[in-house]
Design a protein around this ligand. Structure first.
Ligand SMILES: O=C(O)CCC(=O)C(=O)O
Length: 407
């Protein structure tokens, strides 16, 4: 891993030392074109993003003029997805009349132009625009059109009416999709709760902390009565508030990728002894994406953390990689190779990046996580555990659920 600065708290255990991909063609890059972006965005304020034409905002693509060819499509949400969502969100929460529920009911899906989000409101003007030569239409206009005429798209085959989501594609990066508006607020809440309740606790689910500490299992990051004892007796323990504040960087679920040997376990997914992959999450994602969910890394970012550019090449499968963003906003970089100009993308809570096809092995990384940008629907609800602790933890966190098919 190349670390561009000292901001990453635990560089030796951050999830980025990926091997070089055979598809990149070159051994080590001659010129690293990602590096200047990390440097220049390091102190970029969130309010400045809207006026930076070099950063693609999936909610207002027409302001982008950074050189990539951007197209945007609105699509109705499918019945298949609605059913998967209803299975995912427990009935008690789904039946809350003030919240969301129900098949096809409007409001189950968050708007890609969510007005409850912090930061500048996206541009909802009308008309036809071009990025660097690629025509696209304003997403608001397309959204209405999609509702009115009920056209499909984005691989959805069983089309329902009402809810829509948007897919942004980049001509120079075929197979890359940025999807907004597919995950309702309630679904995002449930994913964050599941991260704490289901993904972190099992002893099979290793975290970056396991390298140096005895992590108590089931691991409960809100249990302030316990400390994590250092494996070297002379070293001080870690308090749970330090864990929450910055020290916890990732947990692996399902097939446990070994960051030292850089291989997945030899066990076949689904056979005895293979670590548990949460079935509801698998069902949810595989209902719409071309992936068998077998392994995932859940990344936890605090403001100041970065993830250096890398490729994800450990998986034998060429299936899509599906990456879900929750919590604070960030700038995500993606480029074909390390020495091609990366595309900076503003990611918000609920956005999904799909890396498939020719972009499955693209270089990517995270350059900046903005403090105080976690949407209120993720901070102000009852998560079922200590509300104060939860709130102060999530308010400045970005959580990324990065799901892969191994074989
Ligand atoms: O946090 C993200 O959006 C990307 C994470 C990632 O690239 C990875 O875990 O390999």
């Amino acid at each position: 891993m190349t670390c561009y600065d000292e901001e990453t708290t635990t560089p030796s255990v951050t999830p980025s030392p990926r091997p070089e991909s055979p598809v990149s063609g070159s051994a080590s890059p001659v010129v690293d074109l990602f590096k200047p972006y990390y440097k220049s965005h390091r102190y970029l304020h969130r309010s400045e993003v809207g006026s930076d034409p070099d950063i693609l905002d999936p909610c207002s693509c027409r302001t982008y003029s950074g050189g990539y060819t951007v197209t945007e499509q609105s699509s109705p949400v499918s019945d298949r997805w609605s059913s998967a969502v209803n299975l995912f969100v427990p009935q008690t929460r789904a039946s809350d009349p003030d919240s969301v529920s129900g098949h096809h009911r409007k409001g189950i899906y968050s708007s890609p132009h969510d007005s409850s989000r912090p930061g500048p409101h996206p541009d909802t003007g009308t008309g036809t625009s071009t990025s660097s030569g690629g025509p696209f239409r304003d997403s608001h206009e397309r959204t209405n059109e999609a509702i009115d005429v009920g056209i499909g798209g984005g691989g959805v085959d069983d089309v329902s009416s009402g809810a829509v989501y948007t897919t942004v594609r980049i001509a120079e990066l075929p197979g890359l999709e940025i999807i907004s508006g597919l995950l309702s607020h309630e679904l995002q809440q449930q994913l964050v709760v599941d991260t704490v309740r289901e993904y972190l606790p099992p002893k099979e689910h290793l975290t970056n902390l396991d390298v140096h500490y005895h992590v108590p299992r089931p691991f409960n990051i809100f249990d302030d009565d316990v400390e994590l004892i250092h494996k070297i007796p002379a070293k001080p323990p870690l308090t749970m508030s330090e864990v929450r504040a910055k020290k916890l960087r990732w947990v692996t679920i399902g097939g446990q990728y070994n960051w030292t040997t850089k291989v997945y376990p030899s066990l076949t997914p689904g056979t005895d002894g293979f670590p548990f992959f949460p079935p509801r999450l698998a069902n949810l994602l595989s209902s719409i994406f071309k992936i068998k969910c077998e392994a995932a890394i859940v990344n936890f970012y605090s403001p100041g953390d970065i993830l250096s550019p890398h490729q994800d090449v450990a998986e034998l499968a060429k299936a899509d990689l599906v990456s879900v963003s929750l919590g604070c906003d960030c700038v995500f970089y993606v480029g074909k190779t390390r020495d091609s100009k990366p595309l900076p993308i503003l990611l918000r809570s609920g956005d999904i990046i799909v890396m498939g096809g020719d972009s499955r092995f693209a270089y990517h990384g995270v350059g900046r996580v903005w403090p105080d940008t976690c949407p209120s629907f993720l901070t102000d609800f009852d998560p079922g555990f200590d509300r104060q602790l939860y709130r102060s933890w999530v308010a400045n966190k970005r959580i990324n659920i990065n799901v892969r098919q191994m074989l």
